[in-house]
Ligand binder design. Sequence first.
Ligand code: NAD
Ligand code: DAU
Length: 355
Amino acid sequence: MSWVLVTGGAGFIGSNFLYSLRRRQPGAHIINLDLLTYAGNPENLTGFQGDSRYILVRGDVADRELVQDLFSRYPITEVVHFAAESHVDRSILDPGVFVRTNVVGTFTLLEAARQAWKNPAGPEAPRFLHVSTDEVYGSLGPLDPPVTEAAPYAPRSPYAASKASADFLGRAYFHTYQLPVLITNCSNNYGPYQFPEKLIPFALCQALEGKPIPIYGQGANIRDWLFVEDHCQALLQVLEQGRVGETYNIGGRQEVPNLELVRRLLGLLGEMRPDLGDLNRLITLVPDRPGHDWRYALNIGKIESRLGWRPRVGLEEGLRRTIAWYLGHEDWLDRVRSQAYRSFLMQQYGTGVVG
Ligand code: NAD
Ligand code: DAU
């Protein structure tokens, strides 16, 4: 019987993952530890209402007593660790909380897992899947080959540095204590339930309101886009079949410069909502993000050859499905855009973009 501790399960990828996990393992017990920060939304998990094998614990991954208590209370067999501060722009404005949640939080969780396992009356060592990012490998130039799992770490934003630190702790707990840690490094996700501070849902929100869509610099920076459902499928496979102590890159093989991505997004939105008129007029070049990484690109040969996973949803299909979801959930968008969210936008972009 599986008892899966998922952290950050009320966020974007976490909530998509919980639905994938429930479909894959209908009998699994799921404990979702989530602080419900601005990015965590229990409304994302209404599909779990009445599910007697699902528990939401509102709390902080960096709260040692709470986390230890969860390990002593439940026979946890797997940990899937999403909880993090995840937005690069916020890490530039206020890095301290990124160190606390992403570094201290990951340490707290690893240490509680180790302590529970060391206890002779405790459970077997839980498989511990730490969900990380391609940003730890640093910025690539236009001609650099996609990076493999053996590439050196070179994080450049406070967010990326905090995730790199967490990855190193995960590696250390495997090598030093043989805790069965697995690490995944993933490219940019998009899809349902993504908080509208990240490029795709933010551009959609602005377009629906006829407001400027800010593009940093010249819009030439390149990201690799992965539909969230494909990511969740990969995580399940790594959790079930991955070799402990190993890292797996997970990417979409869909590298696109930001300006082109936003044009494609607006083109598809325009087809679905012709009443919105010429959306390209909203694209507005704004000053660049400080230290803006030029390009990320992952070599995903390892997960393809060892675990048989590959991304299945192409960019056009993924964007269409994402747009359709947001168009069908405008009430969700209204509810997540709180006063605090508007203050963040004002601080980040100013009145020229926020209006
Ligand atoms: P998100 O910001 O949408 O969600 C984060 C979740 O963590 C929220 O539910 C939030 O309430 C919770 N949380 C934050 N601080 C917490 C704390 N101290 N204790 C407990 N819960 C806390 O993030 P996301 O986009 O779903 O990303 C999930 C994970 O995947 C993160 O670790 C992120 O670094 C990683 N990742 C994200 C992407 C992406 O494109 N979104 C790509 C690669 C890796
Ligand atoms: O690469 C994986 C990472 O992808 C994850 O680890 C992070 O959690 C996730 O937030 C994401 O980071 P990015 O910084 O790449 O995502 P974001 O959506 O913020 O930005 C995508 C690109 O678009 C980036 O080059 C910056 C640019 N951008 C972003 C915003 C919000 C703009 O040009 N304008 C904007 O308003």
